[in-house]
Design a binder for this molecule. Sequence first.
Ligand code: HEC
Ligand code: HEC
Length: 235
Amino acid sequence: MRCQFDMVSRVRLLGKNVVSSVAALIVASAVSAFGLAQPASAADPAPAKPVADIAKGKATAGAVCAACHMPDGNSMIPQNPILAGQHAAYIEKQLANFRLKPGAKEPERNNAIMLGFATMLSEEDMRNLGAFYASQKPNAAAPKRKELIAAGEKIYRSGAPEKGLPACAGCHGPNAAGIPAQYPRLAGQHPEYTESTLNAFRGGQRKNSAQMTTIASKMSDSEVAAVAEYVASIR
Ligand code: HEC
Ligand code: HEC
């Protein structure tokens, strides 16, 4: 079942390279089917965690995602987030959250564009893509409204205790590099994207983190804008 699904999605993903990738897949599925058929050895009872294949992630990223996120994940379009240098587990989680789960009315992270692309991916594709983007060097976006940076830094470092807004640094780290696996990198992200995703947490289109929904709901428009400019400025 799993092999078939992987094969279908990969054929759709790779389009014109179908012939060569199908041949490669038949070999790969034969190998993995053989591997799965092996009984677990007594010395190693826990199933091995699947290893991500960065080269395969790079191929999918180049063929499918590059149009919007660039081949190395350093998107130049401010609405499309920079993925280079983001943590692998976070990317994998987002890709899973963009999909519609069976029985759910809408995805946990409701975005029409990414719904389509995430739905084409197998779990293996998501793991490989996460590992590939995590291995790329981020080129930080340029902050645009420099006059907001100082106010943003204050919120990032200290929050706003009078209204129960915690310091962002507490979870995203002092330099906004994030803390794998849970807390994403924010440094150098396009301010337009950071602002719009904080607004999506506030507005309920993004429901994949109860923590961030609570935090974003305590922020004003000007605090959202300021903190987005500040994190964009961090190198
Ligand atoms: C047509 C343009 C487009 C294509 C193609 C595209 N994306 Fe996206 N991607 C977006 C946009 C726009 C967003 C922001 C969605 C939002 O605001 O929630 C996004 C968001 C994401 C995020 C969330 C990042 C974060 O910081 O939370 C990930 C991960 C992602 N895309 C991965 C991919 C992968 C992997 C592919 C290829 C399989 C892909 N995208 C193809 C436009 C695109
Ligand atoms: C208690 C921990 C915690 C604190 C404090 C926190 N965050 Fe987060 N944040 C998270 C987690 C967890 C996620 C990942 C959510 C997910 O899995 O989608 C996240 C995700 C985000 C994202 C989405 C990144 C992306 O690429 O889409 C932004 C933006 C963000 N946080 C901004 C902030 C800001 C600004 C503050 C301070 C006002 C803040 N966070 C404080 C835990 C926290």
